[in-house]
Design a protein around this ligand. Structure first.
Ligand code: NAG
Ligand code: NAG
Ligand code: NAG
Ligand code: NAG
Length: 427
């Protein structure tokens, strides 16, 4: 009850700040809401609130953790044992639809799917998120998959649960890399640190002594309450569409109706954000998605994949080839005058520059950052399995545009927006 009230209060505060456009008064990095990824619902906190001083080494187990029934989490994640923890029931995997993802093929590398996650204080989403990842890996064949998780600064027990997964993952034949990092993006240099953490999660793929090749698919997932079919559909559509990268749609519940969340990162093929944010920073127009892009809007409302300049949106799949060619997550080159932007947008920009511009959003995959809100978004949008059952696969095909938009909206902050050449500072 008390927690409910706190949540309610937090929501009201967030509504006030978002509506009033006052939230983004803090420092430059905090002008950008990135609640899902390693900073839960930062936009629900008033900006004046000082960042909590770490009371202990982020890599040392905290006393609070003794209270947690680690076993319950492990059982829920690895063996899908029904517990009070998991309260988003996902559809069963459609073997027919996703069979092609596990079909053996001589051209396939020994590592076909590499799952990468960065986690921080995500205890409550772990059963649903990792339960889905494990189920998908079991479906795809553990011998062809690897799981890489980077955690840190998680006094809530996330670390203990992750560490306790190892014997069970070993027994299931799942290659598991767990790294702990003290890098804390919530204090300063947010984007360079987030890029560093994402690259850390990719490191086992890079070090994997040739197990990966251009046939390897990287599945990079935020701290979202995803279902198995969300993950499989992203991988399936990458193959079906011949895409270099596929992204989900992610949502937030900071307003009374769900708002598309990754608006700072994502850009349509016209170079614009998915919805318009006025200089006040208000998200009032978040209901008018693709307001100035008719074709995209039509495809979006029909749950058809559509090409974009950039996306991330809670979960993505992309080919390992650009990474094997030394592409990495990075921060903007501010010294050269590059627009201040997030590391996923820069990844897409760099992919376009290297000729990997087949980037698509798959709008049948809808994600949220807590189990409760995921239930809500699935109720409102539908599970991927149910949505695709009504689709005709041939209608999904995208007429890929070979060229990116000339100009892309640059949003170092909501009140400082401009248009920049898509490839500025790249040579
Ligand atoms: C499973 O996928 C196949 C092939 O896409 C489709 O024909 C079938 O209707 C799907 N089944 C369910 C239960 O959605
Ligand atoms: C988009 O649709 C609106 C209304 O249907 C129409 O008036 C407008 O000309 C269209 N824009 C483009 C670029 O096709
Ligand atoms: C699916 O597309 C094919 C080819 O365009 C068409 O022949 C078929 O009638 C379509 N089916 C549905 C259910 O729309
Ligand atoms: C940037 O892209 C445009 C096309 O959109 C191209 O004309 C220009 O040469 C590119 N600049 C660089 C430095 O690659």
């Amino acid at each position: 009850m008390r927690r409910r009230l706190q949540l309610l209060a937090a929501s009201l505060i967030s509504l006030f700040f978002v509506a009033g456009g006052l939230y983004f008064g803090g420092d430059r990095l905090r002008q950008v809401p990135r609640p899902g990824f390693l900073g839960h619902y930062e936009h629900e906190k008033p900006p004046e609130k000082p960042v909590k001083e770490p009371t202990q080494d982020p890599l040392i187990y905290g006393p609070i953790l003794a209270e947690i029934d680690v076993r319950t989490f492990v059982d829920a994640i690895l063996y899908r044992k029904p517990t009070h923890l998991v309260n988003l029931q996902c559809p069963v995997i459609n073997n027919t639809r996703y069979e092609s993802l596990r079909t053996a093929d001589a051209s396939h590398p020994s590592l076909r799917y590499f799952f990468a996650l960065n986690l921080r204080e995500n205890l409550h989403v772990l059963p649903r998120l990792l339960g889905s990842v494990v189920e998908v890996i079991q479906f795809l064949g553990p011998q062809h998959c690897a799981l890489s998780i980077v955690e840190g600064n998680s006094p809530d027990g996330t670390r203990e649960v992750l560490a306790a997964l190892r014997p069970g993952l070993d027994a299931l034949g799942i290659t598991f890399s767990l790294q702990s990092s003290r890098i804390d993006p919530s204090t300063s240099d947010r984007i360079p640190k987030l890029a560093e953490l994402r690259n850390l999660a990719l490191q086992p793929l890079i070090d994997g002594s040739g197990r990966a090749n251009k046939g390897t698919t990287i599945v990079f997932i935020n701290d979202v309450a995803a279902c198995p079919d969300d993950i499989l559909e992203l991988a399936f559509q990458r193959k079906n569409l011949g895409a270099d990268m596929t992204c989900a749609m992610d949502w937030s519940h900071i307003r009374s109706i769900p708002s598309f969340y990754d608006v700072w990162i994502s850009r349509d093929m016209n170079g614009d954000s998915f919805f318009e944010i006025p200089p006040s920073g208000s998200w009032d127009w978040s209901t008018f998605l693709f307001w100035n892009a008719n074709e995209t809007r039509t495809r979006f409302s029909n749950f058809r994949p559509f090409q974009v300049f950039s996306c991330w949106n809670g979960a993505v799949t992309f080919g390992a080839q650009p990474i094997l060619e030394n592409l990495r997550f990075r921060a903007a080159n501010l010294a050269a005058g590059e627009c201040f932007q997030g590391e996923p947008q820069l990844l897409c920009k760099d992919m376009w520059f290297r000729g990997y511009g087949k980037i698509a959003v798959v709008p049948t995959v809808n994600l949220e950052y807590s189990v409760e809100n995921a239930k809500d978004i699935k109720e409102k949008k539908g599970f991927a399995t149910d949505l695709v059952a009504k689709q005709n696969l041939s209608d999904d095909m995208i007429a890929w545009q070979p060229n990116p938009p000339d100009m892309v909206r640059c949003m170092p902050s909501w009140k400082d927006q401009s248009w920049k050449p898509w490839n500025e500072t790249l040579t």
